[in-house]
Design a protein around this ligand. Structure first.
Ligand SMILES: [Zn+2]
Length: 413
């Protein structure tokens, strides 16, 4: 069955987008809906109203994931999840996450109004705390049963504040693990998102079909030298920890550029001790975040960086310690979802290209659990996590139509 003429209601989608963009609006036209904040809860309440208005079932689980469900006739049918997130980073734009949730809702409304009978339940889902105000991917990790037992302790911010924020949102911190579902009940997961880069814009292609999501590892390198008088110590006899760290940062960038063209690193924070103008630095801590789209190359790149850190330390008469404090594996998207998206693009005469995602998304977590996939729409100038984040409205509408047809292709395969 093909429904090439079925199109979403772009005016209704636009009205939703404008209303949601008012929630958490900041003075400089940005959006601030940090997870579990008053603004985030307001957005959820607004979204629950839209679900109810559409005649779908409103459902929230023990991790606060908020869903709208369009039930099919068979109560034993599996559920196709379509989601993203309503929370944002501080001073964000209007498109990241919001487009995905609203596009999913509009797709369901259109399918429902067309009276199409599908063999699966369709569920639009807003995942709790995608952006990590407290714990990145809190909602999808809970749903897939992968939330660490000690999640409260390891969260960003004070444990007591996180607990209080959960309780304020009606989430019992002791019951979060009950949000776990069974993969046997799911028919897959699909998400539309802004690209947050400029590959689509530069190549003038309408849709990016995501093949995989980068794996990430974070390191803390601590270079140890010796403090000393900045005037009386000869330039040839210093054990300057900052010199070693600086050499490492420079050479790490060269290494990745020259040997790992699909990899990226960020040396995002440096702490110098004792941090005084007249004392030679004795200890320097550098954070390094590594990303690569291929798991084996990510691991190889990490080993190369570790070797390099030791080489740079030795060259400057220092020692270095490394601590890997965060890791998320590369995720491959499912062929069946990729094909459903590409088929939808062809049905709608929309140009597309396959690409990898360098940002993390809920699809990364969901891919370990059920067949998952994502599509990207172009971001103007690649700007994201910034009030200037922008996508052309026709691209949002096009992406929503592709999403809806991909849903139909998946449901009817
Ligand atoms: Zn996002």
């Amino acid at each position: 069955m093909v429904f090439p003429n079925l199109k979403i209601n772009h005016e209704r989608l636009h009205a939703d987008f404008e209303q949601l963009s008012q929630i958490g609006l900041t003075a400089d036209n940005g959006i601030c809906r940090m997870a579990l904040s008053r603004e985030d809860l307001e957005a959820r309440a607004w979204f629950a109203d839209r679900i109810e208005e559409a005649g779908f079932l409103v459902h929230d689980d023990d991790a606060g994931n908020l869903s709208g469900i369009l039930l099919c006739d068979n109560p034993k049918a599996k559920t196709l999840l379509i989601g993203s997130h309503l929370d944002t980073v501080q001073n964000a734009g209007r498109y990241d996450g919001a487009v995905g949730v609203l596009a999913a809702l509009e797709s369901l409304r259109t399918i429902n109004e067309a009276g199409l009978k599908l063999p699966v339940h369709l569920e639009v889902i807003d995942f709790t705390d995608d952006e990590g105000a407290w714990q990145p991917m809190f909602g999808s990790l809970s749903l897939t049963g992968r939330l660490p037992k000690n999640y409260l302790r390891d969260a960003n911010g004070e444990m007591s504040s996180f607990r209080a924020a959960l309780v304020r949102a009606g989430i019992n911190p002791e019951h979060v693990h009950r949000a776990r579902r069974s993969p046997a009940d799911l028919a897959g997961y699909i998400e539309v998102h802004i690209e947050q880069g400029w590959r689509l814009e530069r190549s003038q292609v309408n849709i990016g079909v995501v093949t995989g999501i980068v794996g990430r590892s974070s390191y803390l390198f601590t270079f140890h030298g010796q403090a000393g008088h900045s005037g009386t110590t000869s330039m040839w006899e210093r054990k300057d920890a900052l010199q070693g760290a600086a050499l490492f940062v420079t050479r790490a960038h060269e290494l990745v550029r020259n040997s790992y063209p699909e990899g990226v690193i960020n040396c995002g924070n440096v702490e110098v001790k004792p941090g005084t103008r007249t004392i030679i630095p004795s200890e320097v801590r550098v954070t390094v975040e590594c990303r690569h789209v291929k798991q084996t190359l990510l691991e190889e790149m990490e080993r190369a960086l570790l070797d390099l850190a030791h080489e740079c330390a030795q060259a400057c008469y220092l020692t270095v310690m490394s601590d890997r404090f965060g890791h998320i594996a590369t995720a491959m998207m499912s062929d069946s979802v990729i094909e459903a998206i590409e088929k939808a693009c062809e049905q709608l005469d929309v140009t597309y290209t396959r690409l990898a995602s360098y940002a993390s998304h809920n699809a990364q977590v969901m891919s370990t659990f059920t067949e998952s996939g994502m599509l990207f729409i172009p971001s103007v100038n690649g700007i994201s996590h910034n009030p200037a984040e922008f996508s052309e409205w026709e691209d949002v509408v096009r992406g929503t139509n592709v999403l809806m047809h991909a849903i139909l292709n998946l449901a009817l395969r």
